[in-house]
Design a protein around this ligand. Sequence first.
Ligand SMILES: Nc1nc2c(ncn2[C@@H]2O[C@H](COP(=O)(O)OP(=O)(O)OP(=O)(O)O)[C@@H](O)[C@H]2O)c(=O)[nH]1
Ligand SMILES: [Mg+2]
Length: 166
Amino acid sequence: MLLCIGPEGTGKTLLLRRLANLTKPDINLTTVPTVGMNITTITQGPELPPISIRELGGSMAPIWHSYFGGVPKVMYVIDAVNMTQLGEATLLLMDLLSHPRLRASQVAIVLNKIDGAMSRGTNELLAVMRYDTLQEKVPQKLVTFEVSALAGKGLRPLLKWITGEK
Ligand SMILES: Nc1nc2c(ncn2[C@@H]2O[C@H](COP(=O)(O)OP(=O)(O)OP(=O)(O)O)[C@@H](O)[C@H]2O)c(=O)[nH]1
Ligand SMILES: [Mg+2]
């Protein structure tokens, strides 16, 4: 079971819905805040096993850690428009990366909402997060993806990471 987490309203539910329906342009774009969790299954074709991803709502941040056991990959979703939330997002990410049960997990930082008129470029976001310093301090090798769950952009490289071998 993979994990998809990040602060409230960063677009996790819509992103997972997109990833599970990659070939369908007309998905329902309406979401409600996830109270608790929500499990999405991504099918990979006849020969390969489906992949389950557990979203934990941003409102569950205080107990995210209860779900860190046995997780090979974590998608950490950040809102590229909401700069006021970025500090909180970074602190929660630091907690996650320093958690002993996620030491050996692969972690992808997903910058969502890049369609937004006010969305910041990756370099600016990563600079505010002090990404380089963060990467030096944590055991995991971090990767980043830029996506728009709304517009359906940047999803294929992320899906490849999700389905790829460790
Ligand atoms: N502009 C834009 N809006 C988005 C994008 N992805 C999600 N949203 C919007 O952001 C809001 C929150 O989306 P959700 O998918 O419910 O967010 P979430 O991360 O699951 O939120 P919680 O479950 O509360 O943690 C909704 O109004 C979405 O339509 C995106 O790529 N671009
Ligand atoms: Mg949600």
